[in-house]
Design a protein around this ligand. Structure first.
Ligand SMILES: C[C@@](CO)(OP(=O)(O)O)[C@H](O)COP(=O)(O)OP(=O)(O)OC[C@H]1O[C@@H](n2ccc(N)nc2=O)[C@H](O)[C@@H]1O
Ligand SMILES: Nc1ncnc2c1ncn2[C@@H]1O[C@H](COP(=O)(O)OP(=O)(O)O)[C@@H](O)[C@H]1O
Length: 290
């Protein structure tokens, strides 16, 4: 052991996303279903005694002040008043700007893991509130449960969903979230749905899909190709798209046929994040790994 431990930062899919209003501060009220995946990034962390927070492998195009791993570590250190620091390394697998919540999940994992490693003792509610200061998608990853979400995504009701596999397709385009929420053609006043309508299969749309389809031809092409195998959907504000299947083998059969212009892989949906198991492992005195 060299002091490093490995912590999972899973990706998410939005199985449904509807925008039902807009707050006075310009943020949108939405309803969405976050499905956590058994696949994602890995954060490697090591406590430093000198109080410094160091990032070992900067993400291309992301300056330190925008890096969500660093922002999460500094925020926790400031709020909890910890004298300790951390070395942070990230094995990045989740495509950036893909609508799979990679940056948000990385931030949540840093908050949750450093809270353990530093012994700062914040509870789940306090960590979720800190996460919300970093991004609307961070609380679901802190709480670590697939969930029905309202508000800006922070009012969460955990869901137990049937076991499903997913083919996830990356068209190779980064879609920035902010401008999409500003799109004039976005439907932002839809009638609210209910959890039971979602569970019955009657609510599966994503409000961003028509906007992203029209603005990003490669995403449209990915939806069209995957749509040949079943109802393909956009995740979040895109650009990744996905298809739900009953078994992993079905998903793998589709992924194998993916044309070279896209990248495809297969992931399983989980009700509980692998981050929860990592915390339990750490509390039992072992080193988490993923
Ligand atoms: C669309 C969703 C669906 O899960 O995910 P992604 O596609 O980004 O993964 C989320 O709502 C995105 O959450 P997140 O990516 O954390 O967004 P933030 O960083 O908080 O916000 C980026 C920008 O989007 C706009 N924004 C975000 C959330 C929201 N409910 N209303 C908004 O209007 C704001 O202009 C904000 O400045
Ligand atoms: N650790 C990180 N991982 C990914 N993106 C990050 C990270 N830190 C900051 N960012 C910034 O956040 C933006 C959106 O990130 P990401 O979570 O990957 O996409 P999305 O919001 O579409 O799910 C990136 O384009 C990047 O500029």
């Amino acid at each position: 052991m060299n002091g490093w431990s490995a912590w999972p930062a899973p990706a998410k899919l939005n199985l449904f996303l509807r925008i039902v209003g807009r707050r006075a501060d310009g943020y949108h009220e939405l309803q969405t279903v976050f499905r956590l995946l058994d696949w994602g990034d890995t954060l490697r962390l090591r406590v430093r005694a000198d109080g410094r927070i160091e990032r070992h492998d900067a993400l291309p195009g992301v300056p330190a002040e925008a890096d969500l791993c660093l922002r999460a570590a500094h925020l926790l250190k400031e709020v909890a008043g910890s004298a300790r620091g951390a070395d942070i390394a990230l094995d990045k697998r989740i495509p950036m700007g893909g609508g799979l919540g990679g940056g948000s999940s990385d931030a949540a994992t840093v908050l949750v893991a450093l809270n353990e490693l530093w012994g700062t003792g914040l509870g789940e509610d306090a960590l979720a509130a800190l996460g919300l200061r970093l991004g609307a998608d961070v609380p679901v990853f802190v709480r670590g449960r697939s969930a029905w979400a309202e508000g800006v995504g922070e009012r969460l009701t955990p869901l137990e969903l049937p076991p499903r596999a997913y083919v996830v397709l990356d068209p190779g385009v980064q879609v920035p979230t902010g401008p999409l929420f500003q799109a004039p053609e976005l439907t932002r006043n839809a009638a609210p749905a209910t959890i039971s309508r979602f569970l019955s299969g009657a609510a599966t749309e994503n409000a961003f899909e028509p906007v992203v389809r029209a603005r990003y031809p490669r995403v449209a092409a990915a939806l069209d190709w995957l749509g040949g195998f079943g109802p393909a959907r956009l995740s979040g504000s895109g650009g990744c798209v996905f298809l739900e299947t009953g078994t992993r083998a079905e998903a793998e059969a589709v992924a194998r046929r993916c044309p070279a212009e896209f990248a495809a892989w297969v992931a399983g949906g989980v009700d509980v994040s692998p981050l929860i198991a990592a915390v339990a492992t750490f509390r039992a005195g072992a080193s988490p790994s993923w």
